[in-house]
Design a protein around this ligand. Structure first.
Ligand SMILES: C[S@@+](CC[C@H](N)C(=O)[O-])C[C@H]1O[C@@H](n2cnc3c(N)ncnc32)[C@H](O)[C@@H]1O
Length: 248
């Protein structure tokens, strides 16, 4: 399974993910009776937005983090009758729910999966022909300045992400059986208050995998050292936005 998350701190942060979620939702046409997979749903912020647009439908809320899904259940208490909560790893096909979905929606999750060709095949296998995929994730060039700061502090470049480019992604989607493919990269830097807010964001959202492998007493100095090396309290996000249709 993928790494665990500090779900409560995550939800307390000023997340640029809110805007990414809204933009991605706006790219998904829905009648209102569909079954939609929220892939890497996290604490369910966008699952709520999906449910609001699916009065006669439902959401498969899938994530690999127990704590994120616990937070989602809390957030969606009273509405869980239309939500299938699935603890699963997007890298381990077949995805463990019954049948097919009418659409796949995903925000800020796909870059955590290193093999995008396999990811798109795994998703396609659970999508009915004609189903739409809309997603946002980190793309080519994402958080390059943060990664450079980490490399200066640690002496090694952080890995474990796939920040894909437009052409690679088009090809992988076509190979996995998608048509009507639209892919773009959008620089979207996010500014934080220097000090605690920036450091909490870095620790919870970006540096978690680095911190997992480090003794607890080294966490704070490491995060401060990375934050201190940024020219501005800005995370240099570049978003990879995908819309595509599962071929018939
Ligand atoms: C940055 S959070 C985004 C969560 C939510 N979509 C949002 O926008 O707030 C990334 C999420 O992807 C999930 N994730 C990462 N890799 C995964 C994998 N291989 N399988 C399932 N979930 C994964 C994490 O557990 C986490 O909840």
């Amino acid at each position: 399974m993928p790494r665990e998350w500090d779900a409560r701190t995550y939800d307390s942060l000023p997340l640029p993910h809110l805007g990414w979620g809204r933009r991605t939702l706006a790219r998904l046409p829905l009648r209102g009776d569909e079954r939609v997979l929220d892939a890497g749903c996290g604490t369910g912020r966008d699952t709520v937005g999906l449910l609001d647009r699916l009065p006669a439908g439902g959401v498969v809320a899938l994530d690999g983090s127990v704590r994120m899904l616990d937070q989602l259940r809390e957030r969606l208490a009273g509405r869980l009758d239309r939500v299938e909560v699935v603890l699963a790893d997007l890298t381990s096909p077949p995805l463990p729910f019954e049948g097919e979905v009418d659409a796949v929606f995903s925000v800020a999750a796909f870059h955590w999966v290193e093999d995008h060709a396999a990811l798109f095949r795994t998703l396609a296998a659970r999508m009915r022909p004609g189903a739409r995929l809309v997603s946002d994730c980190g793309g080519r060039g994402n958080i390059a300045a943060v990664n450079a700061a980490v490399a200066e502090v640690r002496g090694t470049t952080p890995g474990g992400w796939e920040f894909a480019g437009v052409e690679d992604t088009r090809q992988r989607l076509a190979d996995a059986g998608f048509t009507d493919v639209e892919v773009s990269l959008r620089p979207d830097p996010a500014r934080f208050e220097p000090g605690e807010q920036l450091e909490s964001f870095l620790a919870t959202v970006i540096l978690g995998a680095e911190l997992d492998g480090m003794p607890d007493d080294e966490h704070e100095p490491f995060v401060k050292a990375v934050a201190g090396r940024l020219a501005e309290p800005v995370v240099d996000y570049v978003r990879l936005e995908i819309s595509a249709t599962r071929a018939g």
